[in-house]
Ligand binder design. Structure first.
Ligand SMILES: [Zn+2]
Length: 418
């Protein structure tokens, strides 16, 4: 806020009729974008840059508000925050709201810290179930709902928070909500990446990774892509984190830019599998607790319901089940989403849903909204509709205790592309 951008800035962006200076710390980035070297960054140049960098996904598959994404990126270039900032909760506000829900509904809700981020923030979960204090909830099938692995995907934090409110507040008045809390052991983790989320809110709205310095890489780079860092340490699942033929420390064998060994890349997988404290904390809950049968992870954006695999375009063995549940979720989203295999958007490794699926957990990813930071009006609508889709997912897992046979895609193949 209050940036010292002046008319003396080297590069400018057009905002309506006005020309605004790019913040000096973004000059290097601006030089990359300025295709025709006129020192004015046209919307079309910015759009092409974001497509080339992967910040705007395949427009034939994802639903994208290109104008909004370009506009939010201009805020990044000016080192300002988008106007939508005030519509979103801070990390501290989330912590306080979860604490408040646990205090108001002590019979069904408790706030639990899953661990600490590198900068020392607690990774808070709201644990929801009847008998949550002192009772047996471990014998019930568990579902974990997560958000904000990626710092800049702000709406992905708001949906789980909204759901936490709905479930706790509905526990006394809504028989269906009560039933879910009686049947299930539910864990809602709105902010998987608290350091990154706060950095994105306050310093750089385009920040994606966590905020851990990476001295072990011998660079001054910061941050690992938490949704490329999942690994359970089982040798038979090693290729879910690092496909065969992809050598550590080499970037020429990274597939596209979707998962990288370059510490400076936005999609850096980390020095080793599950190297990051945030990922360790979530895996401990999701795989370690022993009763988790479903994991639903939120990301932004593109309006897609994604199911495994991300690492290969081979179909999962229970494809029909994933498609059935995905389409049912899409129905409450007014069929405004597309249901597809994750790898058909782009192949990734180390993703949350792959490692869960390989461990017999029914796991999907929602790409919500049409930009990283939807405005207040869009956010309102996203919260309600996507929370309804969450309830469909939870009901399906509780009804079937979906538990596909643990599998791994052909370990010898590495990325298998269409
Ligand atoms: Zn994401």
């Amino acid at each position: 806020m209050g940036p010292d951008v002046t008319s003396s800035s080297l590069f400018k962006v057009q905002e309506g009729q006005r020309m605004l200076g790019v913040h000096p710390v973004r000059n290097q980035e601006a030089a990359e974008i300025d295709a025709n070297r006129d020192q004015v960054l046209q919307d079309s140049e910015i759009r092409d840059f974001l497509i080339q960098r992967g910040d705007i996904p395949d427009l034939d598959k994802a639903d994208v508000d290109v104008g909004q994404v370009v506009s939010d990126f201009k805020a990044h270039l000016r080192k300002e925050q988008p106007a939508a900032l005030s519509a979103y909760h801070s990390y501290e506000e989330v912590a306080t709201e979860l604490e408040g829900l646990a205090a108001r509904f002590p019979d069904v809700a408790e706030r639990v810290s899953l661990g600490r981020s590198p900068e020392g923030r607690e990774i808070w979960a709201l644990h929801l179930s009847t008998g949550v204090r002192g009772g047996d909830t471990l014998s019930k099938p568990g579902v974990v709902i997560t958000g904000a692995h990626h710092a800049r995907e702000w709406a992905s934090m708001e949906v789980p928070l909204y759901l936490a409110h709905q479930m706790a507040e509905g526990s006394t008045s809504d028989p269906e909500m009560r039933r879910r809390l009686e049947q299930g052991d539910l864990w809602i983790v709105p902010c998987a990446n608290p350091d990154g989320y706060e950095h994105s809110r306050l310093e750089d709205n385009w920040w994606r990774k966590n905020r851990r310095p990476l001295p072990e890489t011998g660079t001054s780079a910061i941050g690992v892509d938490l949704n490329r860092n999942y690994d359970d340490g089982k040798p038979e699942h090693a290729t879910l984190y690092r496909p065969v033929g992809d050598l550590p420390g080499r970037t020429d064998d990274d597939f596209g830019r979707a998962t990288s060994d370059n510490p400076r890349a936005d999609t850096y997988r980390g020095p080793s599998g599950a190297s990051e404290p945030e990922v360790q904390a979530l895996i401990q809950l999701e795989l370690g607790r022993g009763n988790i049968r479903g994991v639903l992870d939120h990301h932004g954006y593109g309006q897609m319901v994604l199911y495994p695999w991300g690492v290969t375009n081979k179909p999962v063995e229970n494809l029909a089940e994933y498609r059935r549940v995905g389409e049912k979720m899409n129905k409450v989203l007014n069929n405004s989403f597309r249901v597809m295999q994750s790898s058909s958007l782009y192949a990734t490794s180390g993703g949350s849903h792959d490692i869960h699926h390989a461990n017999g957990i029914f796991s999907m990813t929602l790409e919500i909204g049409r930009s990283f930071q939807p405005d207040r009006t869009q956010l309102e609508q996203i919260r309600k509709s996507v929370a309804a889709a969450n309830l469909v997912f939870i009901d399906e897992v509780l009804a079937s205790h979906s538990n596909p046979t643990p599998t791994t895609p052909g370990a010898e193949e590495g990325y298998l592309l269409a």
